[in-house]
Design a binder for this molecule. Structure first.
Ligand SMILES: CC(C)(COP(=O)(O)OP(=O)(O)OC[C@H]1O[C@@H](n2cnc3c(N)ncnc32)[C@H](O)[C@@H]1OP(=O)(O)O)[C@@H](O)C(=O)NCCC(=O)NCCS
Length: 203
């Protein structure tokens, strides 16, 4: 979507930036990994298809994407491509899929693609920042997260955020978790992270 095309979110250890054409090549390299394809339920794309995907994610009003930078690396080297470690997305569910008119559902996705960047709480911070962004800027009132049933790390992370299992699809080996947004939860997220938005200048 265009809402975040000129915005970055500055966290303690990560910076979230909009997905630009210049990021596509590194993203494409990551997605050649069979492990990441499996964990994120993604099909391999050609580089050309990946460029089209980046463009369509920018245009589509129902998808918000940020790429994740290692903040310390970026501050040291000033090189966005070098500092890229993953991405996080929110898909807005269509209103007709929501059973209640007052509910606005977003599906959250997170990927720390760089192995060396995993286990440093970058995934946790990025996801919490994205959840907060979605509540504040996209007015989301219910989150969904879908993981493979053997993805212990992701399951533990979403459970630690208060998400609870609502559905299991055995054929796809997938589990759906959900969390309703309420005042108490929002206050908890805001104690964990603060949403610092800055202008993003394309270079
Ligand atoms: C799942 C993923 C996002 C976690 O990100 P990360 O940066 O490696 O993890 P973090 O260090 O931020 O840890 C976040 C939480 O994940 C869980 N976690 C992380 N590593 C774990 C491990 N080895 N064992 C069990 N739980 C673990 C914990 O709940 C942890 O929270 P805590 O630090 O409060 O205990 C990351 O490993 C990843 O992107 N994996 C590949 C793609 C993927 O699986 N995406 C999710 C699809 S829904």
């Amino acid at each position: 979507m265009k809402l975040n095309e000129n915005l970055k979110i500055v966290g303690s250890n990560v910076i979230l930036v909009p997905y630009e054409r210049k990021h596509v090549e590194k993203y494409h390299q990551w997605m050649k990994s069979e492990e990441l394809q499996e964990l994120t339920a993604s099909e391999p794309l050609t580089l050309e298809e990946e460029y089209q995907m980046q463009q369509s994610w920018r245009e589509d009003n129902d998808k918000c994407t940020f790429l994740i930078l290692d903040k310390a690396d970026f501050e040291q080297h000033g090189d966005e491509i070098r500092a890229l470690v993953g991405d996080t997305n929110i898909f807005l569910q269509s209103e007709t899929d929501d059973d209640d008119d007052n509910i606005r559902t977003g599906e959250i996705e997170i990927m720390i693609a760089e192995q060396l960047a995993r286990g440093k709480r970058y995934g946790r911070e990025s996801t919490l920042l994205m959840l907060l962004f979605g509540i504040k800027q996209l007015h989301i009132t219910r989150y969904k997260a879908i993981t493979k049933e053997n993805n212990t790390k992701a399951i533990k992370m979403f459970e630690s955020f208060g998400f609870r299992e609502t559905k299991r699809v055995a054929v796809f080996k997938e589990v759906t978790f959900e969390k309703l947004v309420d005042e108490e939860w929002l206050a908890w997220i805001e104690r964990e992270v603060s949403l610092k938005l800055e202008s993003y200048h394309k270079r």
